[in-house]
Design a protein around this ligand. Structure first.
Ligand code: NAP
Length: 292
């Protein structure tokens, strides 16, 4: 029997608990967690993500700000805005929405955020701490993928885990977290130069994928009983849908769900968990600030 790893329901449950903790932090210490999202340019998808993140934060009782800048914003102007947020005691979490316009270096921009407010877990300092296994604000998507496994009681200790994708945002930090002394998985990282991917994924107990290629893996790539966590979000044409397209993962859900023991749907799997972890990281950053 296949069980669905329901990210939407899990995220809602975590957020209910978070709302209570946020209220308590405010009553007991007078601190209201604050999230600032920085958006540069007019990318429509980014604008939707930013609005959604900000709305969810406000719904949980957080202070929430969106700072919008034109695509022509210079590096110095952006750094100055981030400086302001770094110094603002009402703001505990800062997120710069990616991608940035070409003239702005994402590493340089992200590293301008002070690590204590880096709720996306993407600064060089946060990534270094993660790599060392020291406490840090972990990147939201891999953190959300692992939390989903935890909630469903799926352990990684001693398991053969294949991570498909090695991006800074998802694949690489996920592999680091899985191979940590806390998770103890045996991890293989696959990418575009990997040979015979199907032979590798077939040997896996768990496959986590973030490649950004619609339906790249199908039932022929997996063994019976595999656990599949799919971060992929791809739009494909769908004449029946209202807007003529639909969202699908990197895995062909229909065929793979017949042999997997657990699988995430797309949408409703990793996506809601990512936003949830952003809110949790913002709360944790506020809590840390309250403890000095
Ligand atoms: P990315 O930076 O483009 O990285 C994709 C990775 O997948 C690369 O390491 C690439 O290998 C690998 N890859 C691509 N095609 C492959 C193939 N045919 N075989 C093996 N490996 C392959 O993407 P990303 O930012 O990690 O995002 C990946 C997907 O996750 C996208 O669909 C994105 O929208 C989604 N995503 C979802 C969430 C969420 O909240 N649900 C959050 C973040 C990202 P190379 O390194 O060799 O190029």
């Amino acid at each position: 029997m296949t069980e669905i790893l329901d990210g939407k329901k899990t995220a809602e449950e975590i957020q209910e608990g978070l709302a209570e903790r946020i209220e308590r932090l405010q009553t007991e210490k007078g601190i209201r967690p604050g999230l600032a999202v920085v958006l540069v340019g007019e990318d429509p998808a980014s604008a939707i993500y930013v609005r959604m993140k900000s709305k969810r934060a406000a719904k949980l009782g957080m202070h929430s700000e969106v700072l919008k800048f034109p695509a022509t914003t210079t590096k110095d102007e952006l750094h100055k805005a981030i400086d302001g947020l770094n110094l603002n005691s009402d703001i505990h979490g800062i997120l710069v929405q990616l991608p940035l316009p070409d003239h702005l270096d994402p590493h340089e921009t992200i590293d301008w955020i002070m690590p204590a407010k880096d709720v996306d877990g993407l600064t060089a300092i946060s990534q270094g701490l993660l790599y060392r296994g020291q406490p840090c604000l972990a990147p939201c998507t891999p953190k959300g993928m692992l939390r989903l496994l935890d909630v469903y009681g799926i352990t990684t200790e001693g398991k053969n885990v294949v991570v498909v994708g090695r991006s800074e945002l998802v694949g690489r930090p996920l592999a680091v977290m899985l191979s940590s002394r806390k998770r103890n998985a045996t991890v293989t990282v696959a990418h575009t130069r990997t040979r015979n991917l199907g032979e590798i994924t077939k040997k896996a107990d768990i496959v986590a994928i973030a490649a950004g290629k619609a339906h790249m893996l199908n039932a022929s790539h997996f063994s019976e009983g595999v656990v599949v966590i799919d971060a992929g979000t791809n739009t494909i044409p769908c004449p029946e849908a209202k807007n003529g397209q639909k969202l699908v993962g990197d895995v062909d859900y229909e065929s793979v769900s017949k042999l997997a023991s657990y699988i995430t749907p797309v949408p409703g799997g990793v996506g809601p968990m990512t936003v949830c972890m952003l809110l949790e990281n913002t709360f944790e950053a506020a809590l840390m600030a309250s403890e000095g």
